[in-house]
Design a protein around this ligand. Structure first.
Ligand code: SF4
Length: 341
């Protein structure tokens, strides 16, 4: 479905400057932007994926790497097509890097009301836009979130953080959870991993999400051997989280598995994840998790006062939440996060 886009301006003649993300594509008439989801038709910019759902499931919030955001609750997780990044090892290659226009026929149109109904019918705490970059169908996520808030549902983005500050500001009143994928601390790593050359906005959006808009923010970094697996990078990311988001902001360092154009890169050794986790802890972070490693002890939440396990995770869908109204059941210390009590 074609829907007139938000956040663009007329450039020269019938060309358009898209202002949704920091690529700021200049789009000539009859052409698409870099992400293939925005189309200039006769001098007006349209979203071509409004409501076109490629993936939908009911799953725990932990699957989105959000461990302190209503732990153990179910969420309606929804994705579409396209991306404004070009991550060579993208784990959702089929939907993010396919030819969007050609593949729309394989998606299902679901108006926002349908998602709300589905979320409520399945006992979901909220709706999370994930699988592909949520800003790719920004207008749809905004309409859905407005409705979700009216219906008492919570909302979440799993995002690369590359939206324009204006895009973040417009959606902020309706967005509760912000899982920020930080791919590295330096330009060189971002360019090699994702073909992105301006990373300042990713950090400032993360910081604004937390400080200016009071969202619940967690950070995830997929550790790719030889790309962002060095100690210097981990130290920089951890010290940024500490300084800008606060020491209690969870950081998830996750294991990379070969995929897409990075099939030749080996899976991240578990020892590397463990040493990067220690760097995060040394930098002062209270909750540094290891992800994508089944049964690892660093998937549990430990009380920062008495050090006992307070949320035990066997699998993403199997968690044992021992908290009592957001407090440690052993020493009564307050635990950082949002809880369903
Ligand atoms: S949202 Fe798409 S079209 Fe708009 S600037 Fe970003 S990549 Fe370009």
């Amino acid at each position: 479905m074609l829907k007139e886009a938000l956040l663009w301006e007329r450039a020269i003649g019938t060309s358009i400057r898209c202002l949704l993300c920091m690529r700021k594509c200049l789009i000539d008439e009859g052409r698409m932007g870099f992400c293939q989801t925005r189309y200039n038709q006769e001098g007006t910019l349209y979203s071509i994926t409004y409501g076109q759902v490629s993936s939908v499931s009911v799953s725990s919030i932990e699957k989105k790497s959000m461990f302190h955001f209503f732990p153990g609750t179910l969420w309606l997780s929804v994705g579409s097509l396209g991306c404004n990044f070009q991550c060579h090892g993208c784990q959702s290659w089929d939907i993010s890097h396919c030819e969007v226009k050609k593949n729309i026929g394989k998606t299902t149109f679901m108006p926002p009301e349908m998602l709300i109904k589905k979320a409520k019918k399945n006992g979901c705490k909220g709706i999370a836009f994930t699988y592909n970059e949520p800003t790719m169908w920004y207008e749809y996520t905004l309409d859905t979130f407005k409705l979700a808030k009216q219906e008492g549902l919570s909302t979440c983005y799993v995002t690369n953080g590359y939206m324009s500050p204006r895009a973040l500001e417009l959606i902020a009143p309706y967005l509760d959870g912000f899982c920020l994928d930080v791919k590295g601390a330096f330009m060189e790593s971002y360019t090699r991993i994702a073909d992105v050359s301006d990373l300042n906005v990713i950090f400032s959006n993360g910081s604004d999400a937390k400080r200016k808009f009071a969202m619940h923010v967690e950070v995830i970094t997929n550790i790719i051997p030889g790309y962002n697996s060095n100690e210097k990078e981990a130290k920089e990311i951890a010290s940024w989280i500490f300084a800008e988001l606060g020491k209690d902001t969870p950081w998830h360092v996750t294991r990379f598995f070969p995929y897409g154009e990075m099939k030749e890169v080996a899976p991240t050794p578990i020892g590397v994840l463990e040493s990067l986790r220690q760097i995060g802890i040394k930098e002062g972070l209270l909750y540094v998790y290891i992800g994508n490693v089944q049964g690892h002890n660093a998937a549990h939440t430990y009380c920062q006062n008495c050090k006992k396990i307070i949320i035990k995770r066997k699998e993403y869908d199997e968690i044992e939440d021992r908290l009592i109204e957001g407090h440690c059941p052993y020493c009564n210390a307050l635990v950082f996060g949002r809880f369903s009590y």
